[in-house]
Design a protein. Structure first.
Length: 437
């Protein structure tokens, strides 16, 4: 009979135990995952091992930054959850994003929001301090009304930045701060500064997700693109969501539609801090997809540990469809309007590529692109109009263009794939969901 998570496994910590696991930052994982199959992880034990391994996993400069940031984070002994939100210090949507996280945290007991304002060397030290001062003034009212829930820390990188390093510094610092506060374990939500809003009772739903699934290490919520008005007038935003949820191009008919794969497109993932420490945290060298990589490494470590099949089908890392975050879709809409595929659009997301939100202009530009799916096309497809159905199918294929598994295929090979058994199943699955809503 599987043990419950409170029946922790405690291993004596010794230098000899850590060495076999410390092959490299890429391969490192806690001896707890090596010595006992399916171990239920104890945060206090895992963070001790993690801290001993940090000199092997992080540079001297990174270690100093982690310690400095950890000293600024004040967590209460009974804290259950933290929302970790890294943000470029000049982020345009910052106030709305922080307010949405605070609103969701208000219903989550002792949940805190840690806002990590940062910038790369492209932003001079003088400009960074100027932007930082302006941001703190802008957030002053929220800080006062949050009763200590909102904490702001900052860091100016001396070189170029990668998302793995930004999230890694922040979460490593949270792990050390939680350890210093004597916390038994902590749930960390990874959010982004371009989110518009969280669903009702978002934090409560995440806490319930882990309470109902004691075996689970991590989870991934749903991402919605744009506001409700934007989604109603630009149907391709919903189509993007469906494609992301069905993104595996090697579909297994037993799994698709029942236990979805983990992909973490967009920041709406959450994990136990004990599990984060046990696999060595984020990879600092990753430019993007750091959340997906973290969840997949947790699942791989667990699946290999238990001798199971290596696939992301929901034992230790699961979907939490009730925890929904809406994110700013203006950059995605810009890419769609310019004719980019979904995967080209996602790769183009960066702090240097920003879009000014003007809904009326976006609606007008979208409606003029007749090749894009219009509301009238969806209504016609629901009534069985073959031309409308074919147009939607063509757009699904066009948005899939440039996927890694398809990028080397020429037009004929690409067409052949989508007319194959698996291709038809993939497109048909998305089409049915899109039309039948």
């Amino acid at each position: 009979m599987p043990r419950k998570r409170r029946e922790y496994t405690n291993f004596p910590i010794s230098h000899n135990q850590i060495q076999p696991a410390s092959l490299s930052p890429k391969d490192w994982k806690s001896p707890s995952l090596i010595l006992e199959r399916g171990a239920k992880l104890n945060f206090r034990n895992e963070v001790k091992i993690f801290k001993q391994a940090l000199p092997q996993l992080r540079s001297e400069k990174q270690l100093k930054a982690i310690a400095n940031l950890a000293a600024k984070i004040k967590l209460k002994r009974h804290a259950k959850l933290v929302i970790a939100m890294p943000a470029y210090v000049g982020e345009q949507n910052l106030l709305a994003a922080v307010r949405s996280s605070l609103d969701s945290a208000n219903g989550g007991g002792s949940a805190a929001v840690i806002l990590f304002l940062n910038a790369s060397a492209v932003t001079s030290a003088k400009k960074f301090q100027s932007l930082l001062a302006a941001r703190k003034v802008e957030l002053e009212e929220l800080c006062a009304s949050s009763r200590g829930r909102l904490q702001i820390i900052d860091y100016h990188f001396s070189g170029s930045t990668r998302m793995g390093a930004i999230r890694g510094l922040l979460t490593d610092a949270i792990a050390l701060a939680a350890s210093n506060a004597g916390i038994d374990d902590l749930i960390v939500i990874s959010n982004d500064a371009d989110q518009i809003e969280c669903c009702s009772n978002y934090v409560k739903k995440v806490i319930k997700f882990f309470g109902d699934n004691e075996e689970v290490d991590a989870g991934e919520g749903l991402i919605q693109w744009g506001t409700a008005l934007e989604r109603s007038k630009m149907p391709e935003l919903r189509l993007v969501e469906l494609i992301i949820n069905n993104i595996d191009l090697r579909p297994n008919r037993e799994f698709i539609g029942s236990i979805p794969a983990i992909h973490a497109w967009g920041a709406n993932s959450f994990f136990r801090l004990s599990s984060y420490c046990a696999i060595g945290g984020y990879k600092y060298g990753m430019r993007s997809s750091e959340d997906a990589d973290l969840l997949q490494r947790i699942e791989i470590a667990r699946m290999l540990d238990t001798g199971g099949f290596v696939g992301f089908y929901g034992r230790f890392v699961r979907k939490a469809d009730s925890a929904v975050v809406s994110t700013d879709a203006s950059k995605l809409i810009d890419s769609i309007l310019s004719g980019s595929s979904l995967f080209e659009s996602l790769r183009q997301f960066s702090p240097s590529r920003r879009s000014t939100r003007n809904s009326n202009l976006m609606f007008s530009a979208y409606s003029k692109r007749r090749k894009l799916i219009q509301v009238s096309d969806v209504l016609a497809a629901k009534k069985g109009n073959r031309i409308a159905v074919q147009k939607i199918m063509n757009r699904i294929i066009a948005l899939y263009r440039n996927h890694e598994q398809l990028k080397d295929l020429g037009p004929k090979e690409l067409k052949k794939f989508f007319y194959s058994k698996d291709g038809k199943f993939l497109v048909g699955n998305i089409l049915r969901q899109f039309i039948c809503e």
